[in-house]
Design a protein around this ligand. Structure first.
Ligand code: ADP
Ligand code: MG
Length: 438
């Protein structure tokens, strides 16, 4: 199978060859022909298997073939959950469209909007965006969705969970009903699929591996460690193994800051990336990590989705996520594009239920080890896992849950009381169910 046999034209074949791709990945083989036929597609494939090119290449080809000679209305929109992912997808779009006359742009929050507005004014065919900033720009009439032909949700299950779904629905409400819809992710829960089917029309479902499965070349295992000794253990792991590029996930922003400080104290260069950092600091931390100027990047789940750090060898879950799908995405930052990777999770007594939920999702038991000198003594009771992605429409009560703030939110009628949009344009950002900043 070649890119040519999928129906892609020479301009795109040349562009992917320059990227070093010799043949289409399985998800590209399955999704590209369907998208070229104009079908709605719900695609799931493991992390790091080239989903971005899977939707970008056929959409670019469509845009090229149907371009108006004079006008350049916005016709394709890619939405992503984080700014860093938007920037990365945009980079890909630019690379893949190098040999065609297509203009692309990216917009996201945390930076001044002026240059984004100016770019949009000059006309773009395809825009990559995070929802919040995009709606702000739409409110300011800097962008119109009236001519959108293709809507793409990358990390679609995340885009449809409660943190984003209102913004997404709002954006969609400004689009023509007749359009192509594409949704891509490595994970889709049943409830999210139902929600997706409200947007997709007669979708073709393509998948390349069992649902919710992890990348093949990631070995992942658990070390049982007491909560209070995790930092010490992490330092030991990194130093003794001489690991030089390690992405570490913590559950909280505060936890990320604290661990970063402790690593630096232990003479391991590190930076933190999370939602309370300025965009400048976020961009710098990721760049320094990618170019090996720092050894460790400590992140909240802000870095769990979509980020492609080629050849990243090690991921550590300093704490397990309480949403099992997040585990799949976190460890999927390693083992990308067929490379090998290793993911290690440090699990204390409080997290044993999280581990069980993850094992249930993966249909696989994680290999657990106790290291001499670090034998666990904790007896704290396990916390309950969120068996559902936060905000999904699960009826099951979470009332016994002692963890996540999101599960404490009212489930059914989250947002009307005292909360009617006070601006007639209806944005009502302040009234929207608060996105938990991670
Ligand atoms: P996903 O979205 O599935 O997690 P990405 O689209 O981010 O994966 O791609 C992961 C990596 O694989 C990127 O570095 C990308 O350049 C590379 N890649 C994509 N398609 C191919 C291909 N056909 N052959 C080789 N590498 C590829
Ligand atoms: Mg992706």
């Amino acid at each position: 199978m070649t890119f040519k046999s999928l129906g892609l034209s020479d301009a795109f074949i040349k562009a992917v060859e320059e990227k070093g791709y010799t043949k289409p990945s399985p998800i590209q083989q399955k999704a590209i022909p369907q998208i070229l036929q104009g079908k709605d597609v719900l695609a799931s494939a493991q992390t790091g298997t080239g989903k971005t090119a899977g939707f970008t290449l056929p959409v670019l080809q469509y845009l090229t073939e149907t371009k108006h000679p004079k006008y350049r209305p916005l016709r394709a929109l890619v939405l992503t959950p984080t700014r860093e992912l938007a920037a990365q997808v945009y980079d890909n779009v630019r690379e893949y469209s190098k040999y065609v006359n297509i203009k692309s742009a990216v917009v996201f929050g945390g930076v001044k909007p002026a240059s984004q507005i100016a770019t949009l004014k000059r006309g773009v065919d395809i825009l990559v965006a995070t929802p919040g900033r995009l709606l702000d720009l739409h409110d300011q009439k800097a962008v119109s969705f009236k001519r959108i032909d293709v809507l793409i949700l990358d990390e679609a299950d995340r885009m449809l969970d409660m943190g984003f779904v209102r913004d997404i629905n709002k954006i969609i409400s400004f689009m023509p009903a007749k359009r192509q819809n594409l949704m891509f992710s490595a994970t889709f829960s049943k409830d999210i699929k139902k929600l997706a089917n409200g947007i997709l029309k007669n979708p073709v479902e393509v998948e390349t591996a069992p649902q919710n499965s992890t990348a093949k070349k990631v070995t992942h295992s658990v070390f049982k460690v007491d909560k209070k000794r995790k930092t010490e253990f992490t330092v030991k792991l990194i130093k003794e193994n001489n690991w030089n590029q390690v992405l570490i996930f913590t559950r909280t922003k505060h936890g990320a800051n604290k661990l970063t400080q402790n690593l630096v104290k232990a003479k391991i260069s590190a930076a933190a990336i999370h939602g309370n950092k300025s965009q400048g600091a976020r961009t710098k931390a990721l760049r320094d990590f990618k170019d090996n100027s720092i050894r460790v990047l400590v992140a909240t789940d802000i870095a769990a989705r979509g980020l492609d750090i080629p050849l990243l060898p090690h991921v550590i879950n300093y704490e397990l996520p309480n949403v099992p799908e997040d585990y799949v995405h976190r460890i999927g930052r390693t083992g990308r594009a067929g490379a090998k990777g290793e993911a290690i999770s440090l699990v204390c007594s409080e997290e044993t239920e999280y581990q069980k939920e993850i094992e249930k999702l993966l249909k696989e038991e994680l290999n657990s080890t106790v290291v001499e000198g670090f034998e666990p003594t904790d007896t704290a009771a396990p916390k309950r896992a969120a068996t559902q992605k936060k905000g999904s429409f699960k009826k099951k009560s979470n009332s016994t849950s002692s963890n996540t703030s999101s599960t404490k939110k009212p489930k059914r009628k989250p947002h009307f009381k005292g909360n009617k949009p006070n601006n007639s344009s209806g944005r009502g950002r302040t009234g929207a169910p608060k996105k938990k900043r991670i």
